[in-house]
Write a protein that binds this ligand. Structure first.
Ligand SMILES: C[S@@+](CC[C@H](N)C(=O)[O-])C[C@H]1O[C@@H](n2cnc3c(N)ncnc32)[C@H](O)[C@@H]1O
Length: 420
């Protein structure tokens, strides 16, 4: 029995250590020559692909971790000390995490402070003892205050999405976090707090844009928070154990149209850009996070410089894909890849993860239009990787998005590789 257990533990350890290498796409080449064309098949569930710190924060619209992993595997840095991967739409930091696992320096930029906070927490060091002490203090404070429950005067938005008791209990946690000294551990606990907001609200858990779920079972705020924090600690420890030390990770809150103004980038070799813009006609990001921003607003001032406070308003709009939005969308992408071109050295790579879509049943060939735009900037097309996954088209899937299942010749999802 002991021997069996030992063997099982060893196997599990082996699997854990290699998890980010074992789930990479299965690749079939369908065209060789000057421009290579491949099919990347990812036959795993989202849960399986959310290994290690990828599960810290449920970011609707992130790409599968192994998409970033495969790009990084194909394009390792020549000079690991000085070369950086840059993600100019970094969202929840998927590509930063995959870079760190491989000992690659990375820089992430996003227009949303919540995304930047989530990205930063995933790739930062924390003191686990201090974190545990703070969690215990928070629990003590919660228990002292929660029995004093009273109906707080809450605004219309809050009473629509949260029961009075949940709003009261979230307020206790929020107040504790506000009182903590600034530290990476506080950032970590704030991400755990924001990560449970949807779960304890009256909204469906799994939907992208929130809607009330009238039959939702009430969730206990404190136990949801403790569980989330403990899960994050466990995953962060396993992640840290796997990452080679001495890599650099930097995150910037900002608009990717202003890359050349970021001083930090001036003396860095951006050998690879990974770029995953919002998909045309899928959704705009900030409205999806209404509930999280509602509770996050108490911290926003600390993370956002005064002049950047309304930055999310300059988010690249992707929905609805009428003619005006389409034009603005492609104009934005043109400008932002002009920016990456201006800061990359010759031979630098650009990997864009993007999909076609349809509007009013009319196909919009986003991939081909983007290839033309990026080539005109000066990049050379090297490879197109069409993606298939087996996520299943569930209740909340968008059928006007790319068709992942490979049985639709027209709408596709691709990872397009360019070279400067
Ligand atoms: C498709 S998501 C990227 C998801 C990311 N790959 C991940 O795995 O989490 C697109 C991101 O672009 C960001 N964004 C939109 N407009 C932007 C802009 N002008 N500059 C920088 N980021 C922007 C959104 O906030 C969103 O996080």
């Amino acid at each position: 029995m002991g021997g069996f257990q030992k063997e099982l533990d060893l196997n599990l350890k082996f699997l854990d250590n290699d998890i980010y290498q074992n789930l990479l796409p299965i690749i079939k080449t369908i065209q060789t020559g000057e421009v290579k064309i491949n099919i990347w098949d990812i036959p795993y569930s989202i849960g399986k692909l959310s290994y290690l710190v990828h599960s810290h924060y449920r970011y609707y619209g992130k790409f599968p971790s192994v998409v970033a992993g495969q790009i990084l595997k194909q394009y390792p840095p020549k000079n690991p000390k000085n070369d950086f991967m840059l993600d100019n739409f970094c969202g929840s930091g998927t590509s930063l995490v995959e870079s760190k696992l491989r000992g690659i320096n990375s820089i992430g930029i996003d227009i949303s402070w919540l995304s930047i906070l989530a990205s930063k927490v995933k790739v930062s060091e924390v003191n686990f003892e201090y974190l545990e002490d703070e969690l215990q203090n928070l629990i003590r404070s919660f228990k002292e205050k929660s029995h004093l429950f009273e109906d707080l005067p809450i605004d219309y938005f809050c009473s629509k999405w949260f029961s009075n008791k949940v709003a009261f209990e979230l307020t206790i946690i929020k107040d504790y976090l506000i009182g903590m000294n600034y530290s990476p551990e506080r950032d970590f606990l704030i991400v755990a707090f924001i990560a449970i907001v949807r779960r304890v609200s009256l909204a469906f858990d799994g939907e992208v844009r929130p809607h009330i779920n009238r039959t939702k079972r009430p969730r206990d705020v404190l136990s949801a928070y403790i569980k989330k924090t403990n899960d994050m600690v466990k995953n962060q420890k396993s992640f840290n154990d796997l990452c080679p030390s001495n890599t650099i990770e930097k995150t910037f809150l900002g608009d990717n149209l202003n890359l050349s103004k970021i001083k930090y980038l001036h003396d860095k070799n951006i050998y690879l850009v990974i770029s995953h813009p919002p998909y045309l006609n899928s959704f705009n990001y900030s409205p999806v996070y209404n509930l999280e921003f509602y509770w996050g607003k108490y911290f926003e001032n600390e993370y956002v410089d005064k002049e950047k406070i309304s930055l999310h308003k300059t988010e690249l709009k992707a929905h609805p894909a009428n003619e005006i939005i389409q034009n603005k969308y492609f104009e934005h992408l043109k400008k932002c890849y002009e920016e990456t071109y201006s800061i990359q050295e010759k031979d630098g790579k650009l990997a864009i993860v993007i999909g076609d879509c349809s509007r009013n049943k009319k196909h919009i060939p986003v991939i081909n239009r983007l290839i033309d735009i990026v080539k005109l900037i000066g990049y050379e097309l090297v490879e197109i990787n069409y993606r298939t996954t087996h996520y299943g088209l569930g209740k909340y899937a968008y059928n006007h998005r790319a068709d992942y299942h490979g049985n639709n010749e027209e709408k596709r999802d691709a990872i397009i590789i360019f070279k400067k």
